[in-house]
Design a protein around this ligand. Structure first.
Ligand SMILES: [Zn+2]
Length: 337
């Protein structure tokens, strides 16, 4: 009996190049050609795992969405056999390239490390603290390394970080903070996306009774963009208009449109909306399927708008810089309210 390959302890592909994994998976044609799939642990047969668990294991291992990786490899994201193969390929690659950070530092010959610079730059994962400290030390001392295991039991960093041997990382706390920051940055964006999604739904219903986000075409989307354009406030002056090249709104009859930058951001957000609705990242011209916001004609539309506004000398707006003194005054004003 051949023993199955099992993911080596603490090996991970987070922050590593996943291109080799995608290539390897892409080249596999027969989903059942491999007799025994690699496992995340010896007791857990990959063959018996649910699709959900497989995709979760892939995400745990790579930090990337398994469905997306399948799509990038040109495989059907709903094909459960290929999802298992993806996990299999990820485990093999992790065993080969995903050794824990700083492992090389334990070599007695510190000068001859086997890890590449790229490996070290990934930042420490969950390895022992003495190793992490050594990495930090190396960062601040420009290449000099100290062996901490033998001589020192405690490290004090310049920024006040204290690391003691045997202490474990509070990953839950770190992850919570990362999530908090992510939530902050995405909340205003998701609100804007929600508004856009509502307005798209509304338009598609008007366009055709059976038209929805899950079945609309790039052509429908182009209609939506032109419709939206009418709500813009940026004057696009005609070549013979006296206001041409000025920022003035003027009293001319030239059309008011959405600024080209706004259109471009809107298309990006639409692409995310379609992606989140399960329409993938790309548009396939041959089968007329995929993400309509990624279609060639939409890119063409954005480009034409940009060219038209460049010709009309529309100056892209920039946010006015705000200085610290002003922020402090605003903050104290809000505090007093
Ligand atoms: Zn004008």
């Amino acid at each position: 009996m051949v023993l199955p390959t099992v993911l080596k302890r603490k090996h991970s592909l987070k922050g590593k190049q996943l291109l080799p994994v995608i290539r390897k998976l892409r080249d596999i044609q027969d989903a059942h050609g491999i007799k025994q799939l690699a496992r995340t642990s010896s007791a857990r047969r990959t063959e018996n795992m649910s699709n959900e668990d497989v995709l979760k294991a892939v995400e745990d291992l790579t930090g990337e969405n398994g469905t997306e990786l399948l799509e990038l490899a040109g495989k059907d994201p709903n094909d459960e056999d290929f999802a298992k193969l993806l996990l299999h390929v990820c485990i093999l690659h992790a065993n080969e390239k995903g050794q824990p950070e700083g492992q090389d530092l334990q070599d007695p010959e510190l000068g001859h490390s086997s890890a590449t610079t790229a490996d070290r730059e990934q930042g420490p994962t969950c390895t022992s603290n003495s190793r992490k400290a050594t990495d930090k030390d190396q960062d601040s001392n420009g290449g000099k390394r100290r062996k901490l295991q033998d001589s020192t039991t405690e490290v004090k960093d310049k920024d006040g970080t204290q690391i003691q041997q045997g202490e474990s990382l509070d990953l839950v706390k770190i992850d919570k903070r990362i999530k908090e920051l992510n939530d902050k940055s995405s909340s205003s964006l998701s609100k804007r996306k929600d508004t856009l999604k509502n307005s798209l739904n509304f338009f598609l219903q008007l366009l055709r009774k059976d038209c929805t986000i899950s079945n609309c075409t790039p052509d429908d989307l182009k209609h939506f963009l032109v419709w939206k354009d009418d709500f813009g406030k940026t004057p696009v002056h005609r070549i013979n208009c006296t206001f041409l090249g000025t920022k003035e709104l003027g009293s001319c009859e030239c059309p008011r449109r959405l600024a080209a930058g706004t259109v471009s951001v809107m298309v990006q957000n639409l692409s995310e909306i379609f992606y989140e609705s399960g329409r993938g990242k790309f548009w396939d011209e041959r089968s007329d399927t995929g993400n309509p916001a990624a279609a060639h004609c939409i890119k063409q539309y954005v480009k034409l708008i940009q060219e038209e506004q460049a010709a009309a000398h529309v100056v892209p707006k920039q946010a006015k810089p705000i200085f610290l003194g002003k922020i402090k005054r605003i903050a104290s004003y809000i505090d007093n309210e």
